[in-house]
Design a protein around this ligand. Structure first.
Ligand SMILES: Nc1ncnc2c1ncn2[C@@H]1O[C@H](COP(=O)(O)OP(=O)(O)O)[C@@H](O)[C@H]1O
Ligand SMILES: [Mg+2]
Length: 250
């Protein structure tokens, strides 16, 4: 996870969520392709993807390994930029913004959860969850309070002082979710969040994600696990870098 402090003087092309209630789609990709040059061959990871996601949706992105799921999630989270096409976030084109602005948008709008948890090993659970608030310039007292609340929400109040190595995989992933949520992001993005977990721990993660959706959080979850995908309210299927299915479910 990358996060850099946003200078106070940065222009604000994307207004705060509270000032633009549900007018534009939360996320709109139009004709997005992503190509990589590998020697003299070009790998097309995403091929002309157009996609609209509204606030409050719970979307699963499914497809076999190599189909382009992670690439799509990285673009949706502004961790990567398309080779072609545009990305509008709440009606504002963010495609051509520079690195600093992209970082600011990531910090402000997105929470990320990865398969391998990506916690800092030398930091306690509480310090890991506080970290994005440190980058955002939130004072110590408020950081503590907000991080504690999120850990409590994830059922981890008894683990505040634990280091990642002193927790199970499922607990570490719940810490990672607490960390992703502590900034109150517009959208939670998860890439194979249960991929390293046993079935029981994975179930618990999925229950928590469903609960977040019930509370109004917008979620996009990448998975190749049918049981995980079945939890979402909308299923997008990708194959060879293209969206080949998009349907409401359950
Ligand atoms: N940095 C990169 N350089 C070259 N090829 C890449 C890179 N990242 C992804 N790819 C290729 O793009 C395709 C889609 O990858 P990815 O989005 O990781 O798929 P998935 O997450 O569905 O397994 C794959 O063929 C992969 O090898
Ligand atoms: Mg992947």
């Amino acid at each position: 996870m990358t996060a850099t402090p946003a200078p106070a003087s940065t222009p604000q092309p994307v207004p705060d969520a509270s000032t633009s209630p549900g007018a534009a789609p939360m996320v709109q990709l139009t004709g997005v392709s992503k190509r990589y040059a590998l020697g003299d061959t070009i790998v097309t990871a995403l091929d002309n993807v157009s996609l609209t996601v509204m606030r409050g949706e719970y979307v699963a992105i499914m497809g076999t390994s190599g189909s382009g799921k992670s690439t799509l999630l990285q673009i949706l989270g502004a961790l990567d930029q398309p080779t072609e096409g545009t990305y509008e976030l709440e009606g504002h084109d963010i495609t051509a913004l520079g690195d600093k602005e992209q970082a600011r948008i990531r910090n402000r709008h997105f929470g990320f959860v990865f398969q391998a948890y990506n916690l800092f090993p030398e930091l306690t659970a509480l310090d890991n969850v506080e970290l994005p608030l440190t980058y955002a310039g939130v004072n110590k007292k408020e950081r503590r309070e907000r991080a504690r609340l999120r850990l409590e929400q994830m059922g981890l109040s008894a683990r505040e002082r634990h280091l990642p190595a002193q927790m199970s995989g499922g607990e570490q992933q719940r810490v990672a979710i607490a960390r992703a949520l502590v900034t109150n992001p517009t959208l939670l993005l998860a890439d194979e969040p249960t991929g390293n977990l046993n079935q029981e721990a994975g179930e618990r993660i999925m229950e928590l994600l469903s609960g977040l959706h019930g509370g109004g959080t917008s979620l996009i979850v990448v998975t190749h696990d049918l049981a995980v995908g079945a939890r979402a309210k909308r299923l997008i299927t990708v194959r060879d870098g293209q969206v080949v299915g998009d349907a409401a479910q359950g």
